[in-house]
Ligand binder design. Structure first.
Ligand SMILES: Nc1ncnc2c1ncn2[C@@H]1O[C@H](COP(=O)(O)OP(=O)(O)O)[C@@H](O)[C@H]1O
Ligand SMILES: [Mg+2]
Length: 266
């Protein structure tokens, strides 16, 4: 029991009227790992993220960050604790440059977002933090381009850079490759992997591409109709009979291929 969990959901449940979107889910995310959530549309993945980040209050259950119960903590406090999340629709300022957008995130974290009088030293500090995040996200050659003209794939990298600049310890990425041109997917995945392997970040990922999930994840939680169907390493998940029965052919064509041994397992 010496394993270190950074984020934990216990008995998490969310009902929308009569619909149970998340049904008594237990999930424990180990520090420094890349933990993916998979499952068909409507399985409750996004709702689970919302419960963990505080965008939604659970009907029941608790959320713990390190050793604190944050079930009732407001969103801004979770952000300050270091829980970052990317949305599919983000608050990117289209007319500002990539660097300016990322610098704003760094300033907000530093508590300087509404101060017009902060001195040049602090400006330089935030600028340096922003440039480092941009570099890590693989956007260094786009720093001075207006955010509006970035292609979709680069916008997702900008979201990552914003999360990095805000100094989140755990990043929750909900379908970061959604809507992206296929040829841009590997670069984003490589970026995510690099960020995680660089050391101290924990990443939670919802992703539909099974090849990506199997290759990038340390652990996978499989959700189905609000419940956790299975949890384990990619190898354990591919071998899991319940998962095979629920998924084979029916929900994920490429998952079936992986199970049959044609796909790569990390
Ligand atoms: N705000 C909401 N109000 C009512 N129903 C919702 C709401 N958000 C999600 N749901 C429902 O909860 C279920 C789980 O949705 P979601 O968490 O978005 O699944 P996933 O991300 O796995 O596709 C779905 O049936 C969805 O229609
Ligand atoms: Mg979703």
């Amino acid at each position: 029991m010496s394993e270190k969990y950074i984020l934990e959901g216990q008995g998490l449940r969310k009902e929308f009227g009569g619909l149970v979107a998340v049904a008594d889910v237990d999930i424990r995310v180990r520090q420094g790992e890349l933990h993916s959530i998979i499952g068909p549309n409507g399985a409750g993945k996004t709702t689970l993220f919302n419960l963990l980040t505080g965008n939604l209050r659970p009907t029941r259950g608790t959320v713990r960050f390190r050793d604190q119960d944050i079930t009732l903590a407001p969103l801004y406090r979770r952000v300050h604790l270091g829980i970052g999340r990317s949305f599919q629709v983000t608050n990117i300022f289209p007319n500002l440059s990539v660097l300016e957008n990322v610098r704003l995130a760094a300033q907000a974290r530093g508590g300087d977002s509404f101060k017009f009088w902060w001195n040049y030293q602090r400006f330089k500090k935030y600028n340096a933090v922003a440039l480092q995040a941009i570099e890590q996200a693989g956007l260094h050659d786009r720093a001075h381009v207006p955010a509006a003209i970035l292609p979709h794939g680069d916008k997702r990298k900008l979201e990552l850079a914003i999360l990095l600049a805000s100094d989140a310890e755990i990043l929750l990425l909900d379908e970061p490759t959604a809507g992206m041109a296929t040829e841009q997917v590997p670069a984003l995945i490589e970026t995510i992997r690099r960020i995680q392997q660089a050391g101290d970040k924990t990443i939670m990922l919802v992703e539909h591409n099974m090849n990506v999930v199997m290759n990038i994840s340390d652990r996978i939680t499989v959700m189905h109709q609000g419940e956790v169907l299975a949890e384990g390493t990619p190898a354990e998940i591919t071998r899991n009979e319940t998962v095979q029965k629920a998924y084979l052919g029916e929900l994920y064509g490429d998952f079936a291929e992986i199970i049959q041994g044609q796909g790569g397992v990390a």
